[in-house]
Design a protein around this ligand. Sequence first.
Ligand SMILES: NC(=O)c1ccc[n+]([C@@H]2O[C@H](COP(=O)([O-])OP(=O)(O)OC[C@H]3O[C@@H](n4cnc5c(N)ncnc54)[C@H](O)[C@@H]3O)[C@@H](O)[C@H]2O)c1
Length: 337
Amino acid sequence: MINVALIGCGYWGINYVRVFSEIPEAQIVLACDASEERLRVVRERYPLIQTTANYEEALNSRHVDAAIVATDAFSHYQIARQCLMSGKHVLVEKPLATDVSDSESLIQVADEQKRILMVGHTFLYNAGVRKMKELVSRDDFGRIYYVHATRTNMGPVRHDVNAVWDLASHDIAIFNYLLDAQPVWVSAVGSKVLGGEQEDVAFATLGYLNEVIANIHASWLDPNKVRGVVVVGSQRRIVFDDLNNVERVRIYEKGVSPAPMEADSFGEFRLLVRDGDIISPRVEASEPLRNVTAHFVECVASGSRPLTDGYDGLHVVKVMSAIQGSMNLRGAPVTVG
Ligand SMILES: NC(=O)c1ccc[n+]([C@@H]2O[C@H](COP(=O)([O-])OP(=O)(O)OC[C@H]3O[C@@H](n4cnc5c(N)ncnc54)[C@H](O)[C@@H]3O)[C@@H](O)[C@H]2O)c1
């Protein structure tokens, strides 16, 4: 049995208590949160779990094998580092850290301590995103031209990080996964519409090799809740809508291709919209967070490398840092380090 401490039992973290209760090989033995109010909520729902306001109790406990870090983004580095140094395996929520060098340092500590470091890039454990990956990898998809993502909603507004660090991290992780690559450059603009110190809305363009471009619209003050990704390829197009439980993924066979050539007066290629089917493939119903958790437990038990390991987290942090740099320069292109 793998004994786990949960550090951070807020809006998101408390979900781990539920999903761990469905995984027989592991259990949460200690829930830590600086807020007494959050600990009370845990105790009310899960009376058998021990709680503490001081997460260092988890570090010092020989009965704790692993920790989930689901605190505010700015504290990820320090808490994850302490956990690794104490010999615990760590699953840290996205983003891995808020800085490239901190992310690199976590990878190094995990290597030195021979412990698993995994990042909660939940969408890579989403069955719809897995289906997209399967589809774009097939020969009949053709070449990927571009990808775009919309991640908007009215709130929740965060005060620790901006909308890019909070929301776009998911889309960057998805793009890198689908394209099996890291962007070379980014150009982004953002706006601090609510008068705070953080960008509340951002439009970021990412340039990958082979002229593949990608775009993200992230906002926490948009009237529509959208969680969507579109992949446009030479033979097919895919629409992923995470809020659509009936048709999470749609494949459009309709496309644009050269018309059978007839000599016309301009001697040019004519491109015609070609008709085709719209297909909704079956996407298995599964909870992404449960898949994340099961994968972490499996990696801890077997010593295998997580799909979203420290390097995956670092790649996403590098892109977000470049996006932040470009936003600071009002959209000037920035090379991804
Ligand atoms: N993977 C996903 O889909 C997903 C979704 C939402 C949030 N998240 C991530 O989860 C993390 C938490 O987000 P949230 O929405 O639950 O935030 P939240 O503010 O609701 O919860 C954070 C909790 O951490 C606690 N905390 C902060 N510092 C602490 C410390 N030093 N010691 C103990 N407790 C501490 C706070 O008291 C709070 O209860 C963030 O990193 C966020 O990016 C991931």
